[in-house]
Design a protein around this ligand. Structure first.
Ligand code: HDD
Length: 661
C-alpha cells in the first residue's frame, strides 16, 4: 500500500454504498415494482398480512432509533490524519508517536455534555473532544474535553453529577443547561467541583467553533518507552486558530437562529478545504517525581500548570473529510478510554479507573451488544483475532473448529505474543494498601487551583465569569442554594463571591480565609494567549442597491485573507452582478465574526433593519466596517473596532472582539 493512502478510508470504502440510479429492492434484493400503496383487498379494503414489502419497510423504520449517549448525546465528527513532528520514542513506544512524519488516520467527535441529541450547539456546557487513532497496533482512543479538569474526583459520583446537570426528572426542564437548582445544589454539596465550575463559568464553555477550542485528556495517564521508563502524562490539543469564544447573549440567540451552528461550522470548513488543525502535546512528570507537587497529580480536578510542567508538542492533527453518513459513522462511533496501545498506560486516578468500566458498558446498550467493534467506524485497521464469538449482529465469519485457548487443534492459536513482539503489558506498578472506601487527604484542597484560575484571568474574563455565575444562579429558584454557592466561592475569591451576591439578591458572603496562594498560570487565560488571525472568520458583506465600492475587489481582498464572506441584502437574487446568499431576515449578525457595509439603503425601513443587524454586532463587540460615504453609520465612527475602510476592518477583525465599547 502507498504510504500516503489513508488506510481507514480504504477500509471504509468497502462498506460505502451509493443508491443513486439503482433499482429499488427489498433487503433481500428483490426488485420492487411499486412503493406508494400497501397491498389491499380491494382499493378501499384492508391491508393484507401478505404484504412483505410493507412489513419489512415498516419494521425497519420502527426500529430505526437507538438510545442516545447518556452524556455527550449531541455531537458531530470528522475524519482526518495525525502526523508526528518528531520521534517520541524517548517517552513512549507507541508506534504512532514514533518516527518523524508517521501518519495515523483519526476520527474525532466533538460534543456537548448535558443536552439531548437534538439540543442546540451553543449552550453553556463543556465540550467533548474524543479522538480515535486507527494505529497499526490497534485503536487508541483519547477521550477528552475542552476543559482540563473535571467536576468530581471519583467516578462513583459520576451518575450523581449527571443526574444533577441533566433536566430535572419531574418535568424534564431545562434542556441542555446547568442554570437550574439541581446542578447548583450538587455543586454546593460537592465542593471538589469548585475549580471546574470556574472554567465552566468562563468563556471556555461557549466556544466560537470546535476548531477554536483546546482539548485535554483531563485524566493522568502513563507513557512508557521501550526500556520500560515511565512518565505520568496529561494530553493536550492546541488549536492552530487559537482559542476563541462567543459572548453569552450571542450564544443564546444563536441557539434559536442556528442550533446547528458548531456542526455547520465544522462541516462547512472541511467542505471548503479550510481544514481544522490541532497540535498534540504532552505534559510529562517522571514517575519518581509523583509526590513533588503541591497538588496530587492523580486528582482530575487539578491542572499541572504549564509554567511548571511545560507542554511538549508531538505532532499535528488535520481533519480533512466529513462523514458520508451521520448515523453509520458519528452516531455509531464508540470511544473508550481503555482502548490503548503499547506505550500508553493508566494511572490510579480514581476518575479514570471508573471510566475504564463505563465506556464499554454503555456501548453494549447503545449499540445493542458486544460486536460494536465490527461496525465499520469502530473497526481497527490492523487484524484482530481472539476466541470471542457470536452475539447480536455478528459480522465476522470465524472459520475453523477451535474457539478456545489453550488448544492443540489449532496449534494453540491465536496465541499471546511477548512484549517484544508487540504484546501489551501493563505497567508493573508496585502497590500495597488497605481495601478502603476513602479519599486521600491529598485530594482535599478544592480551592487553591480555583483561585489560581481566577487570579490568572484578565479583567474582561473576570467580568464574564461574574456575569455567568449571576445568570446561572439567577435561574436557581431556591435561595438557600444561591447562598450556599456564594459562600462556597468566597473560598475562591471574596471579590468574586460578593459581586455575584450583589447581582442575585443574596447577602454578601462572610469573608473567609482563602487559600494563601497568589499563584497564577497565564497559560489558562484565553485572552492572554489570544491568536490574532482572520483565517476562516465569517463576515457578512451587506450589499445595497447603491453599494459604492468595487465589490469584485472587496471580495477578492477578503477571500485572499481566507475570510469567509456571505453577501447579505434586503432580498435574494442578483444585485450588482452578485448573487445575494442571505437577507437581513434569513440570517442574523450573531452568525458572523464581523460586518462590512458597502453602501446606503434607499428606503428607511430597509435601513433600520440593517441598523438593527449592525448594532447587534456592535453590542457583541464585533468588528464593523463600512464604506466612508455610508452616512447612517456615522454615529459609530471612531468607536473601538469600527473601521471606515477595508484594510482597517481586516486589521480590527483579527482581534475578534473589542471589549471596550
Ligand atoms: Fe465520559 C462519553 C469525556 C468522565 C462515562 N465522555 C464521553 C464522551 C466524551 C467524554 C468526550 C463522548 C464520546 C463520544 O463522542 O462518543 N468523560 C469525558 C471526560 C471525563 C469523563 C474528559 C473526565 C475526565 N465519563 C466520565 C466518567 C464516566 C464517564 C467519570 C463514568 C464513570 N462518558 C461516559 C459514558 C459515555 C461518555 C457513559 C456516554 C456515551 C459513551 O460513553 O460512549 O460511558
Amino acid at each position: 500500500m502507498k504510504k500516503d493512502v489513508n488506510q481507514k478510508q480504504q477500509q471504509l470504502k468497502a462498506f460505502r454504498v451509493s443508491d443513486k440510479d439503482q433499482p429499488l429492492t427489498t433487503n433481500q434484493g428483490l426488485k420492487i415494482s411499486e412503493d406508494e400503496h400497501s397491498l389491499k383487498a380491494g382499493e378501499r379494503g384492508p391491508t393484507l398480512l401478505e404484504d412483505f414489502h410493507f412489513r419489512e419497510k415498516m419494521t425497519h423504520f420502527d426500529h430505526e432509533r437507538i438510545p442516545e449517549r447518556v452524556v455527550h448525546a449531541r455531537g458531530s465528527a470528522a475524519h482526518g490524519i495525525f502526523e508526528t513532528y518528531k520521534c517520541a520514542s524517548d517517552i513512549t513506544k507507541a508506534q504512532f508517536l514514533n518516527g518523524q512524519g508517521t501518519k495515523t488516520p483519526v476520527f474525532v467527535r466533538f460534543s456537548t455534555v448535558a443536552g439531548s441529541k437534538g439540543s442546540a450547539d451553543t449552550v453553556r456546557d463543556v465540550r467533548g473532544f474524543a479522538t480515535k487513532f486507527y494505529t497499526q497496533e490497534g485503536n487508541y482512543d483519547l477521550v477528552g474535553n475542552n476543559i482540563p479538569v473535571f467536576f468530581i474526583q471519583d467516578a462513583i459520583k459520576f451518575p450523581d453529577f449527571v443526574h444533577a446537570v441533566k433536566p430535572e426528572p419531574n418535568n424534564e426542564i431545562p434542556q441542555a443547561q446547568s442554570a437550574h437548582d439541581t446542578f447548583w445544589d450538587f455543586i454546593a454539596n460537592n465542593q471538589e467541583s469548585a475549580h471546574m465550575v470556574m472554567w465552566h463559568m468562563s468563556d471556555r464553555s461557549i466556544p466560537r467553533s470546535y476548531r477554536m477550542m483546546e482539548g485535554f485528556g483531563v485524566n493522568t495517564y502513563r507513557l512508557v518507552n521501550a526500556e520500560g521508563k515511565a512518565h505520568f502524562v496529561k494530553f493536550h490539543w492546541k488549536p492552530i486558530l487559537g482559542v476563541k469564544s462567543l459572548v453569552w447573549d450571542e450564544a443564546q440567540i444563536i441557539a434559536g437562529k442556528d442550533p446547528d451552528f458548531h456542526r455547520r461550522d465544522l462541516w462547512e470548513s472541511i467542505e471548503r478545504g479550510d481544514f481544522p488543525e490541532w497540535e498534540l502535546g504532552v505534559q510529562l512528570i517522571p514517575v519518581e517525581d509523583e509526590f513533588n507537587f503541591s497538588f496530587d497529580i492523580l486528582d482530575a480536578t487539578k491542572i499541572w500548570p504549564e509554567e511548571e510542567v511545560p507542554v511538549r508538542i508531538l505532532g499535528k492533527m488535520t481533519l480533512n473529510k466529513n462523514v458520508d453518513n451521520f448515523f453509520a459513522e458519528t452516531e455509531q462511533a464508540a470511544f473508550h478510554v481503555g482502548h490503548v496501545v503499547p506505550g500508553i498506560d493508566f494511572s490510579n486516578d480514581p476518575l479514570l479507573q471508573g471510566r475504564l468500566f463505563s465506556y464499554t458498558d454503555t456501548q453494549l446498550i447503545r449499540l445493542g451488544g458486544p460486536n460494536f467493534h465490527e461496525i465499520p467506524i469502530n473497526k481497527p485497521i490492523c487484524p484482530f483475532h481472539n476466541n470471542q464469538r457470536d452475539g447480536y449482529g455478528r459480522q465476522t465469519i470465524n472459520v475453523g473448529q477451535v474457539s478456545y485457548h489453550k488448544n492443540s487443534l489449532a496449534n494453540n492459536s491465536p496465541s499471546p505474543v511477548s512484549e517484544s513482539d508487540g504484546g501489551y503489558k501493563h505497567y508493573e506498578e508496585k502497590l500495597e494498601g488497605h481495601k478502603v472506601r476513602a479519599r486521600s487527604d491529598s485530594f482535599k484542597d478544592h480551592f487553591s487551583q480555583a483561585r489560581l484560575f481566577w487570579l490568572s484571568m484578565t479583567d474582561v474574563e473576570k467580568k464574564h465569569i461574574i456575569n455567568a455565575f449571576s445568570f446561572e444562579l439567577g435561574k436557581v429558584k431556591n435561595k438557600d442554594i444561591r447562598k450556599q454557592v456564594v459562600d462556597m466561592f468566597a473560598h475562591v475569591s471574596y471579590t468574586l463571591a460578593s459581586a455575584i451576591a450583589d447581582q442575585i439578591g443574596i447577602v454578601p458572603p462572610i469573608q473567609v480565609e482563602v487559600p494563601h496562594t497568589q499563584q497564577t498560570s497565564p497559560a489558562v487565560s484565553q485572552m492572554i494567549n489570544a491568536v490574532e488571525s482572520v483565517k476562516s472568520f465569517k463576515v457578512a458583506l451587506i450589499v445595497t442597491d447603491n453599494s459604492s465600492e468595487n465589490l469584485n475587489e472587496l471580495m477578492a481582498t477578503l477571500l485572499s485573507k481566507n475570510i469567509v464572506v456571505e453577501l447579505v441584502s434586503t432580498k435574494q437574487g442578483i444585485l450588482n452582478g452578485f448573487e445575494i446568499q442571505e437577507t437581513l431576515a434569513t440570517t442574523s449578525s450573531v452568525l458572523y465574526d464581523g460586518v462590512y457595509v458597502t453602501g446606503a439603503f434607499q428606503h428607511s425601513d430597509q435601513q433600520s433593519k440593517a441598523l438593527q443587524f449592525i448594532e447587534q454586532a456592535y453590542q457583541h463587540c464585533k468588528t464593523i466596517g463600512y464604506t466612508e460615504n455610508v452616512s447612517f453609520l456615522q454615529h459609530l465612527a471612531n468607536k473601538n473596532g469600527v473601521a471606515n475602510n477595508l484594510n482597517s476592518f481586516i486589521r480590527f477583525l483579527a482581534k475578534h472582539r473589542h471589549w471596550v465599547r
